[in-house]
Design a protein around this ligand. Structure first.
Ligand SMILES: [Zn+2]
Ligand SMILES: [Zn+2]
Ligand SMILES: [Zn+2]
Ligand SMILES: [Zn+2]
Length: 154
């Protein structure tokens, strides 16, 4: 799925921006909580090798993903969005347009994880904390949390 690859790299860039935005407390405004609400979280097949959801079409008869590795079951956060042909990297909400074009319906799938608010390590049920991690406080989130369409407020 070439489109998905492009999406993930675009979102990775967005993640950096979102990080900066969160630190910007100018104007006395509270930083917005843009974390994912995890609505629509469901069990699904996940490939650790590709760091992506393993779609049925990409799994062969032996149960191997296109990369040759066996996907495993994981809790996924699935969000619907719309991708316009003109700018496939743009994430549109229902009814939104880009360059006058409506988008095609797509699903963005991220892994639901626990993430340490201190050392940022993630895990399925427990985070393997970095050496020196003090608080070891974890929150439940998804790996694309804060990036459209995985945002509470977009
Ligand atoms: Zn794979
Ligand atoms: Zn466009
Ligand atoms: Zn930690
Ligand atoms: Zn999410």
């Amino acid at each position: 799925m070439r489109t998905l690859g492009r999406l993930v790299s675009c979102l990775a860039a967005g993640m950096l921006l979102a990080g900066f935005a969160r630190q910007d407390r100018g104007g006395g405004m509270k930083p917005k909580d843009t974390s994912c609400d995890l609505s629509g979280a469901a069990k699904g097949a996940w490939c650790d090798e590709c760091n992506a959801a393993a779609e049925k079409a990409d799994v062969d008869k032996e149960g191997n993903h296109k990369c040759g590795k066996k996907p495993r079951e994981a809790v996924l956060c699935v969000k619907k969005y719309y991708s316009p042909k003109c700018h496939p990297e743009h994430v549109l909400k229902a009814g939104e347009k880009c360059c006058g074009n409506k988008g095609e319906e797509r699903l963005s799938k991220a892994r639901v994880v626990v993430k340490c608010t201190d050392c940022q390590e993630i895990g399925d049920k427990e985070a393997a904390h970095k050496e020196g991690c003090k608080s070891k406080k974890v929150v439940k989130t998804c790996t694309l949390s804060g990036n459209p369409p995985h945002c509470r407020t977009q």
